[in-house]
Write a protein that binds this ligand. Sequence first.
Ligand code: FEO
Ligand code: CA
Ligand code: CA
Length: 547
Amino acid sequence: MEQLNRRKFLTYVGTGVTALTVASTGLGALTEKVSAAEKVKANSHLFGFKKKVSGLGFTPIDVSTKDELRLPKGYKYDVIAAYGDKINKKGDTFGFNNDFTMFFPIDGSNDRGLLWVNHEYSSELFVHGKKQGDTYTKSQIEKLLYNQGGSIIEVYRDSEGIWKMDTDSKYARRITGLTPFNLTGPAKGSKTVGGATTVQGTFANCSGGMTPWNTVLSAEENYEYTAADAGLNDTHYGWIVEVDPFNEKFTPRKHTALGRFHHENAAVGTTNDGRIVVYMGDDKKDACVYKFISKYKYVKSRGTDNSKLLEEGTLYVADMKNGKWLPLTIDAVREAAKGDSELLDKFQTQADVLVHTHDAAILLGGTPTDRPEDVEISPFDKTVFIAHTNNDKHGNIHGHITRFIEEKDDLGSLTFDFQIFAAGGSQNGFSAPDNLTFDSEGNLWTVTDMSGSAMNKGVFTSFGNNGIYVIPTMGENQGEAYRFATAPVDSEITGPCFTPDETTLFVAVQHPGERSKDLNNLTSMWPHRSGDTMPRPAVVAITGFKY
Ligand code: FEO
Ligand code: CA
Ligand code: CA
């Protein structure tokens, strides 16, 4: 058994949940945890992965409160696209508050490709200009909707090694709160979505994922506000949407079989028998972790027709107390609701279960957790990492990263074990883990999202601004965090995505200067472009990774 060092002990104690376990059962519970860690270690084979660049080949940087995107020595970044920039010849513009990014190589290139970028929310001060207390004008609602959704931009690395946007691109276009979408799956056309088979637009697009058939999944998270402001039916939002960045004829769609909640992202994998599995977190206090398993198997030669796999299957919620994935079926929900006429009235069809996923999940015994943000599948051992960002409702102030170990390493298993992989707190140097991605060395790249009002105050002082951290998932330093970047004032860094050769890391800097009171009192001017008069969310390419 691995000896538990003091630092690791403190790490475990730092998380509210485990602290309770320690207090109630003594060190026996920790012995269990260490055994799980040993199991993970034994499973940590590289599955033919060729190490590309050294993810840990940098000197970690200090905390910062400065209005800059600070990187370790030897690394630099290029601003590719900022809010309001023209992205194509038609004159479409880059949306606000960029989040998830996903790089799609063109002809296998690591130097040219399409970059999908989510746009999560809008701003009164910087976008539509509505004053508090006023009602929206038609043009303000249009701006509100246009600047959310997604951007498809073409990006390339020029002969000098600088990443730029190609505005002559034939692919570049916007998906917005005004774009028509098809609904798919059990809730399509159902009473509970007002009979709709098509809906208007996507917004609140937080993080996402990529399918094996090369389309993008984008997650609608805090949809209520925009739906209410724009007078739209909120059952048409809170879904996972799918877009083919290369093909405008592929109608954007919302897959109701994957449930409706505050979707953070969608991590796609395959079960051992070839079905598609999608892991998802519901980013809300005391909300659950889900996975969808398709009914049918993935067939590579079918290309984007595989999208149909996301229309039929079973949605499961994680019961972490029993290590079980519970199927969210109408029969199970009605059985659990027996004797409660209000619930029986609410849940009459599978569409009702999907539209009210969280309520159904809690009814069946899904475990309420501490704001599950990004979920990612380790490409090395198929363990599943979940960023539980924090939950001040019961003392998990700095959050933690949970690791699910599926039975027999099969993503199709309906039983699992889990451990707390890393905990936020001053002992580890980070707070509020959010988006996650892996490099080929098995390091987990983690960005943080402390809120603007909390940052650099009280128990958050020691963390400085938000940042990027690199956490090994195997070897003797597993679970320890190394600071790679610090973010401009008021911002969070989101959407980390490597090119396949890992020589470039794309990230989005979201809401710099968010706490500015007015345009004459700005807290940030990032990205400090000459001639600019306000801060702008922007996507950047970080280079300097060494072979
Ligand atoms: Fe949009 Fe949960 O962060
Ligand atoms: Ca997020
Ligand atoms: Ca967040």
